[in-house]
Unconditional design. Structure first.
Ligand SMILES: O=C(O)c1cc(=O)[nH]c(=O)n1[C@@H]1O[C@H](COP(=O)(O)O)[C@@H](O)[C@H]1O
Length: 237
């Protein structure tokens, strides 16, 4: 799980996914299935990606009352993904319920999926957080607070930006996962992301794993682009 480059498969259909994955034939990837793809294709897309030997982050960002999240996680555990997530804003009781559900749904003898919590989305700026969410602290304070709540709830780590990953690691320890989206090469467009970092600075900040979407999936040569990203992320010259 540690030090992975997770490709966000933000596509609308299984056909688009298959077309994207064609040049990667034979490569074992760590891929992320998010709302766009899962809401269209459902569990079948997970089975297909698992059969191809890929590791899977099922990114559905659960955020509801504890009982609902627990039941939903029980069902999701049966899909046997490697990593799932919730929103830390749902609270400690909800996060504990997520874990209970996952444990209840994991087949005996199998390891439950890692479970992490989104702190503040990487598309959120401090100004937005202060004005729209009415959270009157710095963004870093809010993210650190959510990270400690997540750790207290017993989860395995957080989704955060590379800007906060070092401070979280210092407080929560090296085994607490920091999974960071909002990663861009200097020449890339920022798009809707606000707290961005290069793969090199993410590595230097001690980030556990990075999530990369459009820079690879929308590139004219996704395989070549993935290989370049991987070299930089792993620090290979
Ligand atoms: O949970 C996530 O994966 C996530 C959390 C977050 O704070 N920011 C964020 O961008 N993501 C996801 O990470 C991916 C980033 O994609 P790109 O911006 O295209 O690289 C998208 O699939 C987002 O849904």
């Amino acid at each position: 799980m540690d030090h992975s480059l997770i490709i966000a498969l933000d596509f609308a259909s299984v056909n688009e996914v298959q077309k994207f994955l064609q040049p990667f034939e034979g490569e074992q990837l760590f891929v992320k299935v998010g709302m766009e793809l899962f809401y269209q294709e459902g569990p079948a897309i997970i089975h297909l990606l698992k059969e191809a030997g890929h590791q899977i982050f099922l990114d559905l960002k659960l955020h509801d009352i504890p009982n609902t999240v627990k039941s939903a996680m029980k069902g999701l555990a049966r899909l046997d993904c490697d990593l799932v997530n919730v929103h830390a804003a749902g609270g400690k009781e909800m996060m504990q319920a997520a874990l209970e559900g996952l444990e209840a749904g994991t087949a005996s003898g199998k390891k439950r999926p890692y479970c992490i919590a989104v702190t503040q989305l990487t598309s959120t700026s401090e100004e937005q957080m202060n004005k729209e969410q009415l959270i009157p602290v710095t963004l870093k304070e809010s993210v650190l607070h959510y990270a400690s709540l997540t750790k207290d709830a017993g989860l395995d780590g957080v989704v955060c930006s590379a800007w906060e990953a070092g401070a979280i690691r210092e407080k929560a320890g090296d085994s607490f996962l920091t999974v960071c989206p909002g990663i861009r090469m200097p020449q890339d467009q920022t798009q809707d992301q606000k707290r961005i970092a290069t793969p090199e600075s993410a590595r230097n900040a001690g980030v556990s794993s990075i999530v990369v979407g459009r820079s690879i999936t929308r590139s004219s040569n996704p395989l070549e682009s993935y290989q370049q990203w991987l070299k930089i992320w792993k620090g290979v010259n």
